[in-house]
Design a protein around this ligand. Structure first.
Ligand SMILES: [Zn+2]
Length: 228
């Protein structure tokens, strides 16, 4: 899950819905949880539900961007900053692993505590829902897994083509255009794990990516002031 930084509040909001444009400007038109690109249907997502803590309803630091599927699983489930990892606080790039077929899992090698927090966020939005047997079942309209699978396949194909073209700058640019078009930052970062130039460009081009979550090779590192 892409670690993001929304920056300081651009202004105050009378209604939370008024923040959508500023959020899209800062974070790009991607769901903060499932990472899909959604040009027209993202909603202002409250990290802590407004129904539970009404005073956070119009607070910029409580906002992310959410898609219908992530929102409809999360609904008004109680959350807090302590028991869950969050993409605006932690390096959630280290929390999950993405694999062919559209699968997402809690990453190996985390401490028990971090693994539990990663799982809590995964369950909160149903990030690992997949039609495959043995996985939590998605709702009929929930095709996040299918879109992850498609993005993975596109990234693998793009990587092969890039190699055939000897990493020509124009070909690299096309890879990045494809990545921005699909979304799923983490999938592109995973498929291009051994390609620092592409990873650097992904971090730079996906607006709002927390660049302090990456080392000079653009591998994920502990987030300053985060827990992971
Ligand atoms: Zn989503």
């Amino acid at each position: 899950m892409r670690p993001v930084t929304r920056g300081l509040a651009p202004r105050t909001y009378r209604k939370y819905g008024d923040a959508i444009g500023d959020l899209e400007e800062r974070l790009g038109i991607y769901c903060s949880y499932c990472e899909r690109r959604l040009p027209a249907s993202l909603a202002v997502e409250h990290v802590v539900p407004k129904s539970l803590v009404p005073e956070l309803e119009t607070t910029w630091d409580n906002f992310l961007l959410g898609c219908t599927n992530c929102n409809s699983v999360k609904l008004n489930q109680p959350t807090n900053k302590r028991d869950f990892l969050w993409p605006d606080v932690d390096n959630t790039m280290r929390a999950y692993s993405y694999s062919p077929g559209g699968f997402v899992d809690v990453a190996d090698g985390l401490t028990t505590t971090m693994s539990r927090k990663a799982k809590k966020l995964m369950d909160l939005v149903g990030l690992d829902r997949h039609e495959a047997e043995g996985r939590p079942a998605p709702a009929p309209r929930d095709k996040r897994w299918q879109q992850r699978k498609d993005a993975w396949d596109a990234a693998v194909l793009a990587k092969a083509r890039l190699a055939e073209l000897n990493n020509a700058p124009a070909a690299m640019d096309l890879v990045l255009i494809a990545a921005e078009g699909f979304g799923f930052f983490s999938i592109w970062m995973t498929v291009f794990a051994d390609h620092p130039a592409i990873k650097r460009a992904l971090v730079q081009r996906f607006k709002g990516t927390a660049d302090d979550c990456f080392d000079p090779n653009f591998d994920p590192v502990a987030r300053p002031r985060g827990r992971l």
